[in-house]
Design a binder for this molecule. Structure first.
Ligand code: BGC
Length: 466
């Protein structure tokens, strides 16, 4: 973009559509995230048959993507500062395309694991950068809704992947299942090319004139543009101190620990056990045919999307804590009932149906609560000075915990047994009700500045909201 030396020579090119398209393009990153989470469930049984792989190798085919994502989330902070948000997203998009094509052509398990690792790096970069970019281009009043909408896109991506897997399952072609993801990735790349650079990043680099050009495309009038530029300048005066703040401030260490704990809790609910191994779970529940298993998986995906709306509608009205407490309770009941059925032995068709219903109740419990709310809380509890650092750490933790869960499920099934594995997750969800009661703050409707003040003055974590 040409730099303009006389600010007032910049024409005002605002259009609502432009704002909308910009946000939609960035949110497409959420869709890709979901596609890549969802795509493996349906493909795994066919890969296992083709390559004759044991459970342990299957766990690594699943988890290599998460390891990559953890690496991607780590480097994303650096990349998005130096290359800028737009070019980081572009790099992510290119890796998405390369990763999915390599998966489709992988001649053996080693290369498949390598290709999933690359795909993971793309996911890690995109999941860090897209929400950041969104929050920097979105007008203030819709910023809150953005995080939930982003989660919604993730769930839609998972559902689309489950559907596409089911469509390809007749031919058993896992290569098509994994390769077809490159099509939305190409669209994403083309879309990102049209995105303006983030105004906040431009100002961070002292390129204020360019930032003004961008803001004039995205904000309705000059007054709003100049006000926002003033606000950004003021925010930029507070230097992001990340690591040194961590060493200096015990209070910041507490909020970073909270971010870590929240993401560990989200993953230990066992949500991704279902996302990655759903067909296998349907097998355990007595559905032996591929088609039944895959359609069951599609229903899981649909419930995941639908229940996310409950969170979007109520998260600001009911507050974070009531939503989390009800969600964990619902998840405990779903997982517990499933464990109980497995222990008693699922024999009749009615018992099979009840088992599936319990699994769906569990999914609904997650999607209406921990799915979006954990991400929202993680973005709210960090003080400005350490926000980027704090969010990078919690995002990284999400992927590490995700890897651990994905890489141990089949081992748990084989060593603890089916019922015990589900009892374990039921017990964890019950524990998280108490975790929420004692440690999670209520942040809804509390200005971020207030949360920061409370945290930095040493109030207990439970009390940093209202
Ligand atoms: C989690 C993912 C999960 C997804 C399911 C997200 O909030 O971070 O790990 O797969 O929800 O919808």
């Amino acid at each position: 973009m040409a730099s303009v030396s006389h600010s007032h020579a910049t024409p005002h090119t605002y259009s609502r559509t432009r704002v909308w398209v910009t946000s939609a393009m960035a949110a497409l990153a959420g869709l890709l995230f979901g596609l890549d989470i969802g795509v493996i469930a349906g493909a795994l049984p066919f890969i296992a048959k083709d390559f004759h792989v044991d459970d342990h190798t299957q766990e690594w085919i699943v988890s290599s993507m998460m390891v990559g994502a953890a690496i991607g989330a780590l480097v994303a902070g650096w990349l998005s500062f130096h290359l800028g948000r737009k070019y980081s997203l572009l790099l992510g998009a290119a890796l998405f395309i390369a990763g999915s094509l390599l998966c489709a052509y992988a001649p053996n398990t080693e290369l498949l694991i390598g290709a999933r690792l690359i795909l993971g790096v793309a996911v890690g970069i995109a999941t860090f950068t897209a929400p950041l970019y969104l929050s920097e281009v979105a007008p203030g009043h819709v910023r809150g809704a953005m995080v939930s909408t982003y989660q919604l896109m993730i769930t839609v991506g998972i559902l689309v992947a489950f559907l596409s897997d089911t469509a390809f399952s007749a031919s058993g072609s896992w290569r098509w299942m994994l390769g077809v993801v490159s099509i939305p990735a190409v669209l994403f790349l083309l879309g990102v090319l049209t995105l303006p650079r983030s105004p906040r990043w431009l100002m961070m680099k002292g390129r204020n004139d360019e930032a003004r050009v961008v803001l004039r495309m995205l904000r309705p009038d000059d007054k709003t543009v100049e006000q926002e530029m003033k606000d950004i300048s003021k925010q930029l005066e507070v230097k992001d101190e990340g690591f040194s703040l961590l060493r200096r401030s015990g209070n910041f260490r507490r909020s970073v620990m909270m971010g870590i704990a929240l993401q560990v809790v989200q993953q230990l609910t066992g949500i991704n056990v279902v996302m990655y191994y759903a067909p296998r779970i349907f097998g355990i529940a007595g559905y032996s045919g591929h088609t039944a298993q895959l359609w069951g998986t599609v229903i899981v995906g649909a419930v995941n999307v639908l229940a996310t709306f409950i969170a979007i509608l109520f998260v600001d009205r009911w507050g974070r804590r009531p939503i989390l407490i009800s969600g964990f309770s619902v998840m405990t009941v779903g997982m517990g009932a499933l464990a109980w059925l497995l222990q008693a032995g699922i024999k009749t068709p009615t018992e099979q149906v009840i088992a599936v219903a319990m699994l769906l109740i569990f999914i609904a419990g997650f999607a209406m609560s921990a799915g979006p709310v954990i991400w929202i809380l993680c973005s709210e509890i960090q003080p400005i000075k350490g926000r980027d650092f704090g969010i990078a750490v919690s995002t990284f933790t999400n992927w590490v915990a995700n890897t651990v869960v994905g890489a141990t499920f089949l081992t748990l099934l084989n060593s603890l047994g089916h019922a015990q594995t589900f009892w374990l997750y039921a017990a964890l969800n019950a524990l998280f009700i108490f975790f929420t009661l004692y440690f999670v703050p209520e942040t809804s409707d509390v200005p971020l500045e207030r949360i920061e003040e409370n945290l930095m003055s040493g109030k207990s974590l439970r009390q940093i909201g209202r």
